[in-house]
Design a protein around this ligand. Structure first.
Ligand code: ADP
Ligand code: DAR
Length: 340
């Protein structure tokens, strides 16, 4: 493989940190699962509009290619290679962000997880992916009460049902070009699926970008209720499943942006006045470590002045602090919207 040339308009962290010298050092390295630098950077090379541009193929990628991953992780999460993952699911204040229901349409909190002892999606084999599916479906079948539900394999799902679940924000979209280049869409739809409880407030995605996305969501802004349901589900699944984890990086994910807590807490919020002053909106979200996505999630657009606002930091802060990032920022957004 030759040192990649990035177009001058490419602003990915990959282009920023993969110098020619570092490329020559890393290009012959391979992880125990056979993951190479070429595979780690392929998405960012084929998609120069990437923001990050790299994916891990296994837990070992983060040490084998540490000279590339560490500066990317440090810049994205403000987390140095000497820092330690901090976890805390306790002590979230009870908060109702929008009691009159004037702004927040819905709240969703998700974590990514991958199983210890398996490669990540970028190089997992079809057989291993099916084994992951079988292990997780078995764990999900043991859930009780409000968390109990049904698993729906993607290959068994009609296009119409899939499209409706995606439109209703419950199911992942078919893998985008970034995931395609990373090898995360291989053997699609084999081993992929969605589990959800009766009223779709608790869901688990299987084998999309990560092996699990554990999701709690509901209408309105009761973030405490959403968080409590998610924590209960994680603890219940941990009784049966062993999640890939390191003292330094926390929960291991395919993309370095999802390490640590691997938590994204979001609201769909309607901000008709602020939507007309995007510079001001972005200044507030930047200040409170928040990210703006569109109504259909990543790489989508806002519609009808509705935005997906979520915490940007996932590592170097605890789960409770990630939710607090969202709470503090949304409080300000609502205050500014009301005064505009
Ligand atoms: P992820 O959050 O899992 O990284 P995306 O950003 O693609 O992935 O979002 C996945 C789906 O979740 C999308 O359909 C998105 O619209 C939906 N979603 C995200 N946040 C909320 C929310 N607060 N309320 C309703 N749906 C949401
Ligand atoms: N397209 C990749 C993804 C970055 C973060 N989002 C994830 N992991 N879904 C990029 O480098 O832009």
């Amino acid at each position: 493989m030759e040192y990649p040339t990035f177009p001058k308009e490419c602003n990915s962290l990959l282009a920023k940190y993969l110098t020619k010298e570092l490329f020559e050092i890393l290009k012959t390295r391979t992880t125990p699962n056979g993951f190479t630098l070429e595979k780690a950077i392929r998405s960012g090379v084929e998609n120069p509009d990437s923001s990050i541009g790299v994916y891990a193929g296994d837990k070992e990628s983060y040490t084998t290619f540490a000279e590339l991953f560490d500066p990317i992780i440090e810049e994205y999460h403000s987390f140095s290679k000497e820092s330690q993952y901090q976890s805390s699911f306790d002590g979230l204040e009870s908060v109702e962000l929008d009691p009159k229901g004037e702004y927040i349409l819905s709240t969703r909190i998700r974590v990514g997880r991958n199983l210890e002892g398996f490669p990540l999606g970028a190089i997992i084999s079809k057989e291993q992916r099916n084994e992951v599916e079988s292990l997780v479906v078995n764990a999900l079948s043991r859930l009780e009460g409000d968390l109990a539900g049904v698993y729906y394999p993607l290959y068994d799902m009609s296009q119409e049902v899939q499209e409706q679940l995606i439109e209703d924000h419950f199911l992942f979209k078919e893998g985008d070009r970034f995931l395609e280049s990373a090898g995360l869409n291989r053997d699609w739809a084999e081993g992929r699926g969605i589990f959800h409880n009766h009223n779709k407030t608790f869901l688990v995605w299987l084998n999309e970008e990560d092996q699990l996305r554990i999701i709690s969501m509901q209408k309105g802004g009761n973030i405490s209720e959403v968080f409590e349901r998610l924590v209960s589900a994680i603890k219940a699944l941990e009784e049966t499943l062993n999640f890939a984890y390191s003292e330094h990086l926390g929960y291991i994910s395919s993309c370095p942006t999802n390490l640590g807590t691997a938590m994204r807490a979001s609201v769909h919020i309607k901000l008709p006045k602020l939507s007309k002053d995007m510079e001001r909106l972005k200044s507030i979200t930047d200040k409170y470590h928040l990210q703006i996505r569109g109504v259909d999630g990543e790489h989508s657009e806002s519609r009808g002045a509705i935005f997906d606002i979520s915490n940007r930091r996932r590592l170097g802060i605890s789960e409770v602090e990630a939710v607090r990032d969202l709470v503090e920022g949304v409080k300000v957004l609502i205050e500014v919207e009301e005064k505009s």
